[in-house]
Design a protein around this ligand. Structure first.
Ligand SMILES: Nc1ncnc2c1ncn2[C@@H]1O[C@H](COP(=O)(O)OP(=O)(O)OP(=O)(O)O)[C@@H](O)[C@H]1O
Ligand SMILES: [Mg+2]
Length: 262
């Protein structure tokens, strides 16, 4: 399964949700899972997990690694939680439009050797996002509850649909949903004409402390945001919630595929 995280604006929390989504999928399923930093230009995925990889996705593209998928393991680094990471390169102009075929082939090759391929494609619909989104089984669009972000989200939904991606693959995650004075979920859904599938509260202390320790949020003590991230990963993978979340931490994120409408 290929799952892409697409930001609706810079800084909405796309990398935070992609890294934690990937780590939670690995933890919940114990299946082989890789996260690829497919943001155009340098990205933060490896940094968020405290990793310093020698190679990047650009090295894999340059060495035509997709021709022999087993060679991709040379460019991947493993986090202590078992998640594999294919980091971003340092080149601000790559992956470039001319690399579309290489990007597609690399995603397909990763999908042939991993059970779950998680892509952080950043905020742009340029390469490599354009190619990756076409191949994705699910696209999670990360938005914050503010007017500029929601205006971009509306445009992004239209653009992704125009690019031929079926609407049932699109889901919205509202990040920092709990901040004071923001638009309500009902207001946002009514303006967008599209349901919000998941909400994640604002909790800078927890996400910052996870990044500072180079671990996913799930490695820290139980918190509301931890339960919300767990719920999203379970909805993606179809693995039911564990009883400790049902009886302990309150879970506010909601899987709502059935109601999504454009
Ligand atoms: N739910 C949250 N609550 C509080 N802070 C958050 C939350 N999610 C993300 N942040 C913080 O917001 C900042 C931006 O997060 P992140 O880097 O994940 O965003 P991004 O969309 O990937 O940004 P970029 O456009 O630079 O790729 C970080 O400092 C992160 O810790
Ligand atoms: Mg990012």
């Amino acid at each position: 399964m290929i799952v892409s995280y697409l930001g609706t604006k810079g800084g909405t929390g796309t990398t935070t949700l992609a890294v934690n989504g990937a780590a939670d999928i690995r933890r919940i399923t114990n299946r082989s899972t890789v996260i690829v930093d497919f943001k155009h230009g340098p990205g933060d995925v490896a940094l968020f997990l405290g990793l310093r990889p020698r190679y990047s996705v650009l090295t894999a593209l340059d060495h035509l690694a997709w021709i022999d998928p087993s060679s991709l393991s040379k460019y991947v680094v493993e986090h202590e939680c078992g998640l594999h990471v294919l980091a971003a390169g340092d080149d601000f102009s790559r992956p470039a439009a001319r690399e579309v075929e290489a990007v597609e082939q690399t995603v397909r090759a990763l999908n042939s050797i991993y059970d779950y391929v998680i892509l952080d494609v950043g905020t742009s619909l340029m390469m490599p996002a354009a190619a990756a989104l076409q191949l994705s089984d699910q696209i999670l669009m990360v938005a914050n509850p503010d007017v500029p972000c929601l205006r971009n989200l509306q445009r992004l939904i239209d653009a992704v649909k125009t690019a031929g991606v079926p609407r049932e693959r699109l889901h919205i995650i509202l990040n920092r949903a709990s901040e004071f004075g923001v638009l309500s979920t009902a207001q946002i859904e009514s303006v967008l004409g599209f349901n919000i599938s998941y909400s994640v509260n604002s909790d800078y202390r927890t996400v910052a402390s996870a990044v500072n320790s180079g671990v996913p949020v799930s490695a820290l003590r139980a918190s509301e945001i931890n339960g919300q991230l767990d719920t999203i990963a379970r909805a993606i993978t179809g693995v039911p919630e564990m009883s400790r979340y049902r009886s302990g931490v309150r879970v506010a994120a909601q899987a709502d595929h059935g109601r999504a409408e454009v």
